[in-house]
Design a protein around this ligand. Sequence first.
Ligand SMILES: Cc1ncc(COP(=O)(O)O)c(C=O)c1O
Length: 389
Amino acid sequence: MKNGFYGEYGGQFVAETLMPALNELERNFFKAKNDANFNNKFLKYMNDYAGRPTPVYYAENLSEKYGFNLYLKREDLLHTGAHKINNTIGQALLALQMGKKRIIAETGAGQHGVATATACALFNLECEIYMGKTDAERQRVNVEKMEMLGAKVTVVDKGSKTLKDAVSACLKDWVANVDDTHYLLGSALGPHPFPSVVSHFQSVIGREAREYFESSGKLPDYVIACVGGGSNAIGIFRGFMDTEVELIGVEAGGLSDKPGEHAIRFSKGQKGIFQGSHSYVILQKNGQIAPVHSVSAGLDYPGVGPEHAFLKDSKRVKYEFCRDEDAIFAFYELARNEGIIPALESSHALGYIFKNSNFFKEKNILLNLSGRGDKDLEIVREYRGGSLS
Ligand SMILES: Cc1ncc(COP(=O)(O)O)c(C=O)c1O
C-alpha cells in the first residue's frame, strides 16, 4: 500500500467533510500500529476477552472422505462467533485513543453489528448500527442481540435493503456527525485508511495459522477463504503472502451467472469507484450499481476491498466462486461429518473445495472458518422449504 492505494486500487473518494476524519484515523492508526502499549492492549483483549489464539483443527472425517487434508482455522470459536470481533476491538481502541464517544457501523449478516455492539458495551461507547431491511429480517436474532447489548439498530429501507445500503447510510451519518463519531467499518473496504486498518487487525488470523504450520514443520499447499468485503480472507492470506502457498478467495456464485443472481465481482464485475474507493464492482449497463444475490447475507455486496483487486491483477491470489446450492451442501457436510455448523459465508469456501475435491486430492488445505452458523439457521430452513433436517 502506498499513499492510500494498492496499485491503482483504493484511494479516498469521499465528501470533502470526511477528509479530516480520515486523516485523523490514518494518523492514529499508524501511531498505534507501532506503539507497544497499544499492541499489548489489543492482544490482551484478543486473548483474555475474545478467546484467541483460535485453534487450527484437522478435519479428520472429511479429509478421509474426500482424500485431501483439510485444516480449519477456527474463527467460529471466538466470542460473538466470528472473526469480526478482531477488527471491532481494534477499532474501538482507536476510537478511544481519538476521544470519540459515539460509534456507528454497518452490518449485513449481523456479525459485525453484534461484534461492534459488544465492543461498545465493553468500552462504554454509544452505538448505532445500520442494517438493510432484508438483512434485518433474515438475521433477526442478531438484531435482538445488538439491542440487548445496548445498541440502537436503524433499519435501512432503501435500495436493495442489504449491506451496500447500510454502508451508504453510515457514510451519510458520518458526514453529519463526524466530530464526535467514529465509523467502525466492518470489512477491508471503503476509503483509505479503512482497508489497511481492518486488514491489520485481522492479520492476527494469518499470523497464528502460520505459527501453527511452522511449528508442525510444513506449510499448507492452499489457503482458502470466502470473500465478502474481504476481511477474513485478507486476514489469513497476510500470514502466507511471502510464501509459495497458493491463495484462493471464494466469492458468492449465487444462483447463476445471470446479472442480479450472483455477487462475483472479479470475473463478472469491472473496475469502478464505489463507496469511497476504486476497486472491482458489479455495474449495470447504464453504469449504476447492479443488484446482487447470495444466500449468505455477508457475501451479497457489489464491491470488494481494493487490496483484493490488486492481488487479483498481480495474480498472487486466485478468485473463484461457489453457488448457493454448493454452499448449503457444505453447511450440512461440515455439520454432519465434523459436528461444526459453519456460517453460510464460510460454507462458500468449503463448498468450493468439495465441488473441486478431485483437483485437491492429497493436498493440504487450510480453510478459514470465519464464523459459526447459528445465525443462518432460519435462512437454511427457508431455503429447504421449511425444515432444517
Ligand atoms: C462469518 C462471516 N464470514 C465472512 C463474512 C464476509 O465478510 P469478509 O469478507 O469481510 O470477511 C461475514 C460478513 O458478514 C461473516 O459474518
